[in-house]
Design a binder for this molecule. Structure first.
Ligand SMILES: [Zn+2]
Length: 293
């Protein structure tokens, strides 16, 4: 069902938003004031449980072919990010939101951090808790009222802030949970990069209903400032990816275009285990420090 443009409010700045285009039957809306691009399809009460079911992690489509296959890549990535945070703060207690099977957190634990996570999928959280030193709670950040204010030295949103239904609520909650001068590390997708612009509506991250928000580094920095954070470091990740999963996402994204379906059809032959460095410019990370809101 289409959303009526005049009734849609930007979740970042509360200005009116208008219809940008539709993807997979979902309406993407663009704020008329801050240009934030978002989809309102995450509002149902069972959205999180339905979207991040076991199928999301193992059935391909808009999710993962087999999340557990990413273990080694994510261990290494977690260690790299632990070292990046370590350039700004002594390792302490870190909260990973959307911890999935705990692979990134294990990288942090191996880097000297005490790792706590939150993950809505119970099977993923169980898997994570098999790693010594990793403690993942099942549920969402909104439900995690048991976490104490100012009890974390750092927090991470790695491939998460695009999936939050209310990103500013999430950032405000993290602000409460971090100690003074605590750090937030975010990795997410850049819709202003040449890759996203070249692929247009077929960009693999225009992927509702699991992806709900699309950022640029500049706009995310401005959102963080409004939520009491100051960006102190940023860059593009040097990371390895599963080529098989990337190919699966690209095919999913192109499935509404006949030319796209034909062009991406050979990608079904890519072996799932093939890994390669990710060189495109559509992903970025930043580290923000908690300052007074
Ligand atoms: Zn706005």
């Amino acid at each position: 069902m289409s959303v009526i443009a005049t009734q849609t409010i930007c979740p970042i700045c509360s200005a009116a938003a208008s219809h940008a285009w539709s993807k997979s039957g979902y309406d993407l809306m663009e704020c008329t004031s801050c240009s934030h691009l978002f989809c309102e399809c995450g509002q149902a009460s069972d959205y999180v449980q339905t979207t991040y079911s076991d199928a999301y992690f193992q059935n391909g489509g808009g999710g993962y072919d087999d999340y557990l296959e990413h273990q080694d890549i994510l261990f290494a990535q977690g260690k790299k990010y632990a070292a990046r945070l370590g350039g700004h703060v002594q390792p302490g207690r870190v909260l990973d939101v959307g911890a999935a099977a705990g692979f990134l957190l294990k990288g942090f634990v191996d880097g000297g951090w005490d790792g706590v996570g939150i993950e809505p999928n119970p099977a993923m959280a169980r898997h994570a808790n098999e790693f010594p030193g990793v403690h993942v709670h099942t549920g969402t950040l909104e439900e995690a009222s048991y976490l104490k204010p100012k009890s974390f030295d750092a927090a991470t949103f790695i491939q998460v802030i695009s999936h939050l239904r209310r990103p500013t609520d999430g950032l405000n909650r993290i602000h409460q949970l971090l100690r003074d001068d605590g750090l937030l590390l975010i990795e997410t997708w850049n819709r202003a990069g040449w890759t996203a612009r070249a692929l247009g509506k077929h960009w693999h991250q225009y992927n509702p209903p699991s992806v709900l928000h699309w950022y640029t580094p500049k706009h995310l920095t401005s959102i963080l400032n409004r939520c009491g954070f100051q960006v102190i470091d940023r860059g593009r990740p040097t990371k390895w990816i599963s080529v098989g999963n990337g190919a699966s996402l690209l095919r999913h994204s192109m499935r509404e275009s006949t030319v796209g379906r034909i062009a991406t059809s050979p990608l079904s032959l890519v072996p799932k285990s093939l890994k390669a460095p990710y060189f495109l410019d559509d992903v970025f990370w930043l580290i923000a420090k908690k300052i007074d809101a």
